[in-house]
Write a new protein. Structure first.
Ligand code: PMP
Length: 336
């Protein structure tokens, strides 16, 4: 029996995707992280880090939590801040969807929207803004999700074991996109500690630095660009991204991630965010390289409900150059 909201975090279902175009005898499973109470995989790390901060006395009753977030960490912080009586101040890039911004405000957080195009290190960048606000408020607590080892540890302790318990030795590959790297590093490390041959593949949006850093060992500033898929990829190296836990990094285009989202909705009944589309698209690429029989597993980090005005909006897709999507379902007026 679940007693507190926080007890509903984790233990999410794992479902098999059976209607996508997979090679013979390759099975694909997805962990439905969007079913966490705050709506995303980030509930896990936020609870883990806040619990630790409370135990250490770094966060005291009535205190303030400051963090930079693309929205999902913010929702988890706002949710737990509401239940535990903290003030939440959250900074985010302005590409974050309106739905996500409104969610944080509805949960009582104060939000500060920063230009997506601001370069890291500049005062307007959303990470630098959060650091400044934290420094200006003595006694405030910053999760520091990018560089805090507890981020990946939360996945090592929860996401990894939950996946292993269900799929065990069948697993040939774990595929996930990353921003802080907590998910792929922590889950990947755990799965590989159980079976060292498991492949851990990071899916990186074009415009993010991780692909070039993994393959060439340098952060190539000419590779940094803007892209539409939210919550994944980075313009700076996060300490949580453990490259030694990765066996490969592949690149994904926005259009492929969004087309996969729409496939997931119509073929599998899964209404997911863009990173879920990227993850599943990555799985389909990795599937072609595995020796069957093989099982691939991924996570679906957040819900498509947060992106109705973007990924599931034909006008937005067309306006942003993602072609002529076929309208999912039809809206008719009555009387017709
Ligand atoms: N997908 C979404 C929608 C996210 O918000 C995030 C976190 N920003 C991720 C994936 C990536 O997770 P991680 O930070 O653990 O790499």
């Amino acid at each position: 029996m679940t007693k507190h909201l926080q007890d509903a975090i984790g233990q999410t279902p794992i479902v098999e995707l059976t209607r996508l175009d997979l090679p013979e005898r390759v099975r694909l499973f997805a962990k439905l992280e969007y079913l966490n109470p705050g709506g995303s995989i980030k509930d896990r790390i936020v609870r883990y880090i806040i619990d630790d901060a409370e135990q250490r006395g770094a966060l005291r009753a009535g205190g303030t939590i400051v963090e930079n977030t693309s929205g999902n960490t913010g929702a988890a912080i706002a949710m737990l801040a509401a239940t535990r009586g903290y003030r939440a101040i959250l900074t985010m890039p302005d590409k974050v969807s309106r739905e996500k911004q409104d969610t944080l405000r509805a949960l009582g957080a104060e939000i500060i929207v920063c230009p997506t195009a601001a370069s890291p290190g500049s005062p307007d960048h959303y990470v630098d803004t959060a650091r400044r606000l934290h420094a200006e408020r003595p006694g405030s607590f910053m999760l520091n999700q990018y560089d805090n080892p507890l981020n990946a540890e939360a996945h090592f302790r929860t996401t990894g074991p939950e996946i292993w318990r269900v799929l065990k030795n069948q697993i040939a590959a774990f595929v996930a996109a990353g921003s802080t790297g907590g998910t792929i590093s922590g889950t990947g490390r755990y799965l590989r500690s159980q079976k060292s041959e498991i492949r851990t593949v990071l899916v990186d949006p074009i415009g993010s630095i991780y692909h070039s850093y993994f393959h060439r060992g340098v952060v190539d500033p000419s590779m940094i660009g803007t892209y539409h898929v939210e919550g994944i990829g980075e313009d700076h190296l996060a300490e949580c991204m453990d490259f030694s836990a990765l066996t490969d990094v592949i690149q994904v285009e926005d259009g492929d991630a969004f087309a996969t989202c729409r496939d997931l909705a119509r073929k599998e009944g899964l209404l997911c965010g863009g990173s879920s589309g990227a993850n599943v698209w990555g799985c389909l690429q990795v599937a072609k390289t595995l020796r069957a029989p093989a099982t691939i597993v991924t996570v679906l980090p957040d819900s498509g409900v947060k992106y109705m005005s973007k990924i599931y909006n034909d006008d937005w897709l067309i306006a942003n150059g993602f072609g002529e999507p076929t309208t999912p379902g039809l809206i008719s007026r009555c009387p017709s």
